[in-house]
Ligand binder design. Sequence first.
Ligand code: FNR
Length: 382
Amino acid sequence: MPVITNIEDLRVLAKRRVPRMFYDYADSGSWTESTYRANEADFERILLRQRVAVNMEGRTLETTMVGQKVAMPVAIAPTGLTGMQHADGEILAARAAKRMGIPFTLSTMSICSLEDVAEGTGRHPFWFQLYVMRDRGFIESLIDRARAANCSALVLTLDLQIMGQRHKDLKNGLSAPPKLTLPNMLNMATKPRWCLGMLGTKRRQFGNIVGHVQGVDDMSRLSEWTAKQFDPRLSWDDVQWIKNRWGGKLILKGVQDVEDARLAADSGADAVIVSNHGGRQLDGAPSSISALQPIVEAVGDRIEVHMDGGVRSGQHVLKAVALGARGVYIGRAMLYGLGAMGQEGVERALEIIRNELDLSMAFCGRTNIRDVDRSILLPGTY
Ligand code: FNR
């Protein structure tokens, strides 16, 4: 087992262990992948100011996100097909989040269901991500199930009414269960533990959807279903309807534009996530970290601003917090940990991020994450 010291080590290990179709599904963006690359690269332009002779004892990373206590300002982002990176993937990632004292967000398009995750974590509260679909009755049933599963926040994704084109998935013929092509079979024959949700403690496919919508029993049918079901007419009225129906903490995900952020604040939601879906939707859009600051300036006094996209280290978290993010979400950093080493890998990813965040904050002369602001950044670099 190689020594794992950073998220890149986990990525390399995951690439070796996860069947290519599913590794590529995680580690890719849409079209030219320019936004996907910018999400990470733009963090590096922002420079930190090191301070010396400052008392660094008694540091804390504790804060709140939508009023809920978190051990550090990090949550796990919703990712579809997580159970394809590792058997029982969503349950394992949720358990890791619970151990580390941070929120786990379950995707609508997960392999393990809301009920599986509730049961697998001893009914520890988690967050549920909802896509807006044409079938309002189905949305209502998902909201009711999320409430029954003890979910303590609803993350409503607004940037996937239609899907960005992801070349790698098209070339790999992404499907679940995987089509039995020779490379797939060879790949999977040697890596059963990392293969599939259906090799977990139960046979599972799309736990939130199978059995609730007729005819969805595999991925090929599912992609057709997605195109038919995801609602291209989504509007702010729908957001209001979902907010009223849910009645709890509501986080709106996928906002990049200041004007949309203002509308999100007007809607009465509790938080907005500045996100470009990890560079998987509109390629050519700005990186999330560069979109963050104008949105914080426009609505930061009315609504919590969160962000995701390209976060691969504790320093990235620190820079986002310095620019006004109340919390950040990790998608691929979690998936790499999961694909590399299951629950232990997700915990490792979170420990790496926590330690980097703690040390970098101290180098910048702060002992409390709540005191981190733009003054820790070098002017002219953000
Ligand atoms: C996602 N994302 C996502 N978002 C969402 O709201 N619902 C979903 O089902 C998914 N599915 C999904 C699958 C995979 C494989 C990835 C990589 C991402 C987007 C996700 O929540 C988040 O916005 C990005 O992952 C953040 O970027 P990083 O941390 O992956 O760079």
